[in-house]
Design a binder for this molecule. Structure first.
Ligand SMILES: *Cc1c(COP(=O)(O)O)cnc(C)c1O
Length: 376
């Protein structure tokens, strides 16, 4: 059996080596390292893929979130509601911009932001909601957009983990995650579903005026060269990274399919065990792109299981071990532990298994067999 990786970037690279290498070579030959034609073609290709009017490439997913918030003109003291159970980047940029983060609890089945919790957190100072499409499945966007409309709020989708996922509306129609809110951010960090070979990110919006504002902000606030109309940042996607992404984007649907197939095999082997809760997929199978495959281990020794798997050479991880409201940087005396029953429970129960495009049946059988052997 091949050694099991949490994320197998090498195996995936081997299968597209020639295209990627040629694509990178083109950049080296033309030396347009910044803002080269590869960046523009990737922008266009991603707009077509997402069915989105504007993609604004930038340096990473954290910048993408920050720039989206700057573009919306959010002001210090504005309250921004986001999920307690996510990667810290989401709350970090809210705090950096001196906005007031308001962390709320999540749903126990999807791990996504709770609509009821959002409702309770809205105040006259609330200006935006940042749903995070955690582990590859979109939050309840239809309900979130309705709430946003009612209270006149912006919705910024953190789509770093769900690129390519379809969101299904109650009437059965579908849209890609990331083109539902007013603006969205994504990350091309190497291990993301669409990853480059370094840092990269992008902002999506269908709003022409906002897109124009964002394009200036990513480039020092310039709309005309050396005329700085707004305070901006330097956040660009390198041409070499765009070249890698152009080579990989045509494979994204197949990559996500490979993840969905691996997930189905995991679930098939694990779903009948009383101590295991397998991931809940809310819409059709295309609605979850399994950035992570995350189990809940209930009434059993999750940490012991993790140790057991690591000893057998099976990588696994806890995403995320500490609720954001309990992190030193984001603690706030306004929070009560009783506001976060689900997150507080999830951090004790979740475990993420190896998930990537190159998992084979033998590896999956070994992983699931090892889990069942420990839990009996
Ligand atoms: C990865 C990630 C980010 C940050 O992306 P970077 O490109 O690493 O800055 C933000 N939010 C979520 C939910 C992520 O998973």
């Amino acid at each position: 059996m091949n050694k099991i990786q949490m994320v197998d970037l090498k195996g995936q690279y081997e299968s597209i080596k020639e295209t990627v290498n040629n694509s990178i070579q083109e950049v080296l030959d033309t030396t347009t390292y910044i803002n080269g034609p590869q960046v523009h073609s990737f922008q266009k290709n991603l707009e077509d893929y997402l069915d989105c009017k504007h993609v604004i490439p930038c340096a990473n997913g954290t910048d993408a979130l920050q720039i989206a918030m700057m573009g919306l003109g959010l002001q210090p003291g504005d309250e921004v509601i986001t999920a307690d159970f996510t990667f810290a980047a989401t709350v970090e940029v809210i705090a950096l911009l001196q906005l007031t983060p308001v962390l709320v609890d999540v749903e126990p089945d999807t791990f996504n932001i709770s609509i009821e919790a959002i409702k309770k957190a809205i105040t006259p100072k609330t200006k935006a909601i940042v749903p995070v499409h955690l582990f590859g499945q979109a939050a309840d966007m239809e309900e979130i957009m309705a709430l946003a409309k009612e209270h006149n709020l912006y919705v910024i989708e953190d789509n770093a983990q769900a690129i390519g996922a379809n969101y299904k509306y109650a009437d059965g129609s579908k849209k890609k995650a990331g083109v539902i809110g007013h603006v969205a951010s994504t990350s091309f960090f190497p291990s993301k579903n669409l990853g480059c070979y370094g840092d990269g990110g992008a902002i999506f919006t269908n709003d022409d005026a906002l897109a124009h504002t964002l394009r200036g902000i990513v480039n020092h606030g310039m709309y005309v060269r050396y005329h700085h109309d707004v305070v901006g940042v330097n956040s660009r996607l390198d041409s070499i990274q765009a070249a890698v992404l152009n080579a990989k984007l045509p494979h994204l649907d197949n990559y996500n399919k490979a993840r969905q197939e691996a997930a189905a095999k995991y679930t098939n082997a694990l779903s009948n065990h009383p101590n295991i809760v397998t991931p809940f997929v809310k819409g059709d199978t295309d609605s979850h792109v399994f950035h992570q495959y995350t189990l809940r281990i209930v009434n059993a020794n999750r940490d012991g299981l993790m140790q057991h798997l690591l000893e057998k050479g099976i990588p696994c991880a806890i995403y995320y071990p500490i609720p954001l409201h309990s992190q030193k940087a984001y603690a706030d005396s306004r929070y009560n532990e009783s506001d976060f029953p689900v997150t507080n429970q999830l951090v004790k129960e979740v475990i993420s298994l190896p998930m990537h495009t190159e998992l084979d049946d033998e590896q999956i059988a070994f992983i699931t067999g090892s889990i069942l052997e420990f839990l009996k």
